[in-house]
Design a binder for this molecule. Structure first.
Ligand code: PEP
Ligand code: MN
Length: 348
């Protein structure tokens, strides 16, 4: 059930509604927008009398939520969610965030050089996996926490934010000091226990769409994180499995406007995993931004042909720099701009 309060509703009126909702046996999630407070009652609402709430003082409107996802739906935050990071970067507003870096953190030299290259090109996030979900148990599994420490140092040296994948609950705590954003990979989109734990974390989560997941399943997975009280969720379209074999996955660009219509959560495009081919990455990155994505996450490596993982889909730094310039044009065409991190490095 969604209760939208009137613009000038006071705290006393809001508290009275919350109290009544709790008495009715639902969990209450509150969001305060620029003009309005919205209360979402999650749980068994059939016993609640909608008309009773409509008569309460300060209430504007009340309705039941028909979609299976309650907190991820647009009605909870009609103006959209903006996820804010501590260097001033915001995802979900007018600015488009660029996240770039290697598939895997491989060495100090590699991650420091990549950080410098992607920062110069205009990225605001350094990406890099320390825990890698590989199809083969014999493939490079990632450097683990020592790798993350290197990425943190490299990101800080350039005033970049750091994003890395978490694969299991036991990794959350040790990763916390080193990442600004946790990435949940496609293979873990429905690891519900992990999602529930990430709902308790107070850091943003980038949730990738599973390779065989519907948009509704993606939104339901985000609901696990939101229901825990972590509202800083960013969705990611990274391509889905289809019968097409020319590309590694089929980048579902249409998922971007669909998610925008259904949900208030920001969404970014991942053209690297979305295509699996370096030559296709720029086109799909531009298509993502044109379709309304709030950011892109792209694999970049100083020497992609020597990369420990995903080299074939990884851009050379020069091509990445050119892509960012192309994205500036697309961003302008859709009334947006590319986010530039407030120079945190300069402040250090
Ligand atoms: C990655 O970002 O390197 C990765 C493993 O992505 P995905 O979960 O989309 O396959
Ligand atoms: Mn990868």
């Amino acid at each position: 059930m969604i209760v939208a309060m009137q613009e000038h509703a006071n705290e006393e009126q809001i508290d009275a509604v919350i109290e009544r909702m709790i008495e009715g046996g639902v969990n209450v999630h509150r969001t305060t927008g620029t003009t309005q407070t919205i209360l979402a009652g999650v749980g068994p609402t059939s016993a609640l009398d909608i008309d009773e709430f409509k008569l309460m003082s300060g209430v504007l409107s009340v309705h039941r939520i028909s979609s299976p996802y309650k907190l991820a739906g647009r009605a909870f935050r009609p103006e959209g969610t903006i996820v804010e990071f501590n260097n001033g970067v915001r995802i979900g507003g007018d600015e488009i965030a660029i996240m770039a870096g290697p598939c895997s953190i491989e060495s100090r030299e590699q991650i420091f050089l990549t950080a410098k290259q992607v920062k110069e090109a205009g990225a605001s996030f350094l990406r890099g996996g320390a825990f890698k979900p590989r199809s083969s148990p014999y493939a490079f599994q990632g450097m683990g926490i020592p790798g993350l420490k290197l990425m943190r140092e490299a990101a800080d040296s350039q005033g970049l934010l750091a994003i890395s994948e978490v694969m299991e609950i036991s990794q959350i705590e040790p990763m916390l000091p080193y990442v600004d954003c946790f990435q949940v990979g496609a293979r873990n989109m429905q690891n519900f226990n992990l999602l529930r734990e990430l709902g308790k974390v107070r850091k943003p989560i980038l949730l990738k769409r599973g390779m065989s997941a519907t948009i509704e399943e993606l939104l339901l997975s985000s609901e696990y994180i939101l229901a825990g009280g972590n509202y800083d969720v960013i969705l990611c379209e990274r391509g889905i499995r289809t019968y097409e074999t020319y590309t590694r996955n089929t980048m579902d660009i249409s998922a971007i406007p669909v998610v925008k219509a259904l949900s208030h959560l920001p969404i970014v495009g991942d053209p690297s995993h979305g295509t699996g081919r370096r030559d296709m990455v720029p086109a799909m990155a531009k298509a993502s931004v044109a379709a309304g994505a709030d950011g892109i996450i792209v694999e970049v490596h100083p020497n992609p042909d020597k990369a420990a993982s995903d080299g074939a889909q990884t851009l050379f730094p020069e091509r990445f720099a050119k892509l960012v310039e192309e994205l500036r044009l697309i961003a302008t065409a859709v009334g947006r701009s590319i986010a530039s991190p407030v120079a945190a490095a300069a402040a250090k």
